[in-house]
Design a binder for this molecule. Structure first.
Ligand code: ADP
Length: 504
C-alpha cells in the first residue's frame, strides 16, 4: 500500500521507513563519468604543468648523483681519464676531482654549459670546503647566463638554463680525501610547460565535452531499458498481466530481468485466474450445502412428516462436506505459511493406511466402489501420523472420484531397502501428460468444468505435496511423492517414507 508521511508528504514504505528516492542511474553515471574525467585532468595538470619543473630537476639531480657514484668507483682505476670521459659521455656531464681544499687533481670538461671548469679557483675552493663539510651530496644550481655569478636559489630563473653541480667527498687510495664534482645542465622547462598548458587547456575542453556527451549517451542507453521495465512493472502492479517485458535491451542482465518479470507476470496471471475460478467454485461449493441444509431444516420445521432420519442425514452429510472444504482451505494456508509444524512419532504405517481405507469404505458404502489393500508386512515409520493419514485420505478420495467405470481403487504398500511406498491406484481416465506437472499446484484442476461431488477444491494434492515438503524440510530426503498416469488407463499416486523397521 502506498502512503505518504503527512508532515513531509514523502512516500512511506511498508515498514514505516521514509523512502528517499535515490539518484537515477542516468545522473549517477553522469556524475561518475564527470568525476573520472576531472580526476584524469587533475593528474595531467599536476604532472605536466605544476610539478614538471620539480620533477625534471629531481630526475636530473638523481642522474648527477649516479654519475658521482660512478666516478667515486673509478677514481683509483689505472686509466682514470678514459673512465671519466666514458662517464661524462654517457651521462652528459662534466667531472672535476679536487682535494678537500679545492686543489684541482683531474677532470673531464665535456659539456658546453659547464661552469665547474670555468669558475674562479676561489669559488671552486669554497665549493670544495662546503662539500667536504657535508656528509653526503652537496647540490648547487648556477645561472649559466651569469657565469661565475655565484649560486642561485634551488629553483633559479625559469627562462635561463641552469647548471647543476653535485659534489660528494670520497676516499681515494691514490689521492687520499677527494671531492668529486659532477656538473650537468638543466634546460629550463618553462617553454615546454607553456606549450603543455595550452595543450591541456584544449584537452580539458575536448574531454569535458566528449565526456559529458558520452556520459549522457551511455546513461541513456543503460537507463532506457530499465525505465521501460519499470513502466511495464508498474502496469503489472496495477494488475495488467499483459505487461510486455520482452526485448527490453541488449544487456544480458536486463534481458534476464525482463524474462524473469515475464515469467512472474505469466505465473501471477495463472494464479489470478485460478483464484478467480476457486472463488467461484468455492462459493458454489459453500452455497450448495448451505442451501440444502437450510432448505431441509426449514422443511423439517414446517412439515412434521419430513422430520425423518433421511433428512437429518442430509443435513449431517452436507455439514460434513462444508467442514471438509473449510478445513482444506485452512490447511493449505497453514501448511504454506509454515504455521503447521509436523510432529514425528513412530507409528505403524500399514495400520494407519488400513484405518483410513476402512473409514473411507464406510463413507462410500452405497456407491458400489470396491477397495483392495495389498501389503505383505507391517512397517513402522517416524512421521506425523495425522498428516500422513490426511495424505492417504486425499489420495483415496481422488482415486474414488476419478475411478470411472471400473469403480475399483487399489492401495498397495511396497517395502524397499530403506523406503516404504504407498501407491493408490485407480483405473479411471488418467491425466494428460501436459497437465501432470501442474496438478500439485494450489487450486489446479484438470477438469475445468465444475461439477459438484465430482471435483474437489483443487487443494487435495497441494496438501499432499506440502506435507511431504514439511517432512523433508525437517529431515532431508525422508519423504517423497509422485504420480504415474496414462490417459485412458488410470493413475497411480504414491508417496514414500523412510522406514524404521518392519515386522519381518
Ligand atoms: P481436487 O480437490 O480438485 O481433486 P486435487 O489437488 O486433489 O484437487 O487434484 C488436482 C487435480 O488433479 C484434480 O482436479 C484432478 O483433475 C486431478 N487428479 C487428482 N487425482 C486424480 C486421479 N486419481 N485421477 C485423475 N485425475 C486426478
Amino acid at each position: 500500500m502506498k502512503t505518504t508521511n503527512p508532515k513531509t508528504n514523502e512516500p512511506v514504505t511498508k515498514g514505516g521507513v521514509r523512502g528517499r528516492r535515490p539518484l537515477s542511474i542516468k545522473w549517477r553515471l553522469f556524475a561518475c563519468f564527470g568525476a573520472f574525467i576531472a580526476f584524469v585532468l587533475l593528474v595531467l595538470w599536476l604532472f605536466q604543468v605544476i610539478f614538471l619543473d620539480d620533477f625534471y630537476k629531481f630526475i636530473k639531480s638523481e642522474d648527477a648523483k649516479g654519475a658521482v657514484e660512478k666516478v667515486i668507483k673509478a677514481v683509483d682505476s689505472d686509466d682514470l681519464d678514459a673512465a671519466l670521459l666514458s662517464i661524462a659521455y654517457k651521462k652528459d656531464v662534466c667531472v672535476l676531482i679536487t682535494d678537500v681544499n679545492g686543489g684541482v687533481l683531474t677532470g673531464c670538461d665535456y659539456i658546453p654549459g659547464c661552469i665547474i671548469h670555468h669558475m674562479a679557483p676561489s669559488s671552486v675552493q669554497s665549493l670544495a670546503v662546503a662539500a667536504a663539510a657535508k656528509n653526503g651530496y652537496f647540490n648547487a644550481y648556477y645561472d649559466i647566463g651569469k657565469l661565475g655569478g655565484g649560486v642561485v636559489s634551488g629553483d633559479g630563473p625559469e627562462s635561463a638554463p641552469l647548471s647543476l653541480i653535485v659534489a660528494k667527498k670520497a676516499e681515494s687510495e691514490k689521492y687520499g680525501e677527494v671531492i668529486v664534482f659532477v656538473n650537468s645542465t638543466v634546460t629550463p622547462v618553462g617553454a615546454t610547460v607553456d606549450t603543455l598548458r595550452i595543450q591541456i587547456y584544449i584537452i580539458t575542453a575536448v574531454l569535458a565535452v566528449t565526456g559529458l556527451v558520452l556520459a549522457l549517451l551511455f546513461s541513456r542507453v543503460i537507463s532506457r531499458p530499465i525505465s521501460r521495465l519499470t513502466k511495464e512493472a508498474k502496469e503489472l502492479a496495477k494488475g495488467n498481466y499483459n505487461a510486455d517485458f520482452a526485448g527490453t535491451g541488449g544487456y544480458g542482465e536486463i534481458s534476464e530481468l525482463g524474462d524473469t518479470l515475464s515469467y512472474a507476470a505469466t505465473e501471477l496471471s495463472k494464479l489470478d485466474s485460478l483464484k478467480n475460478e476457486l472463488v467461484a467454485n468455492i462459493s458454489h461449493d459453500l452455497r450448495t450445502p448451505l442451501t440444502l441444509i437450510k432448505g431441509t431444516a426449514e422443511m423439517m420445521r414446517d412439515i412434521k412428516e419430513e422430520n425423518n432420519e433421511e433428512n437429518l442425514n442430509t443435513v449431517i452429510e452436507e455439514t460434513e462436506r462444508l467442514t471438509t472444504l473449510v478445513n482444506d482451505i485452512l490447511d493449505v494456508s497453514k501448511l504454506r505459511s509454515g504455521a503447521i509444524k509436523i510432529e514425528r512419532k513412530d507409528f505403524d504405517l500399514t495400520e494407519a493406511v488400513g484405518a483410513v481405507l476402512e473409514r473411507y469404505k464406510r463413507l462410500v458404502e452405497k456407491e458400489g466402489i470396491t477397495f483392495e489393500y495389498r501389503f505383505d508386512r507391517h512397517v513402522i515409520v517416524r512421521a506425523d501420523e495425522t498428516r500422513i493419514s490426511q495424505i492417504v485420505y486425499n489420495l483415496i478420495n481422488n482415486a474414488v472420484i476419478h475411478a470411472g467405470e471400473s469403480k475399483k481403487v487399489t492401495v498397495e504398500q511396497i517395502v524397499g531397502e530403506s523406503y516404504v511406498t504407498v501407491g493408490v491406484i485407480d483405473c479411471g481416465k488418467g491425466i494428460p501428460k501436459d497437465e501432470l506437472p501442474h496438478i500439485w499446484d494450489r487450486y489446479y484442476r484438470v477438469d475445468k468444468e465444475h461439477k459438484r461431488a465430482q471435483t474437489g477444491s483443487g487443494l487435495g494434492l497441494s496438501i499432499v505435496s506440502s506435507v511431504i515438503a514439511l517432512h523433508n524440510a525437517e529431515e532431508p530426503d525422508s519423504a517423497a511423492c509422485g504420480v504415474k498416469s496414462e490417459e485412458g488407463k488410470g493413475s497411480t499416486f504414491w508417496f514414500a517414507l523412510k522406514y524404521q523397521k518392519t515386522d519381518e
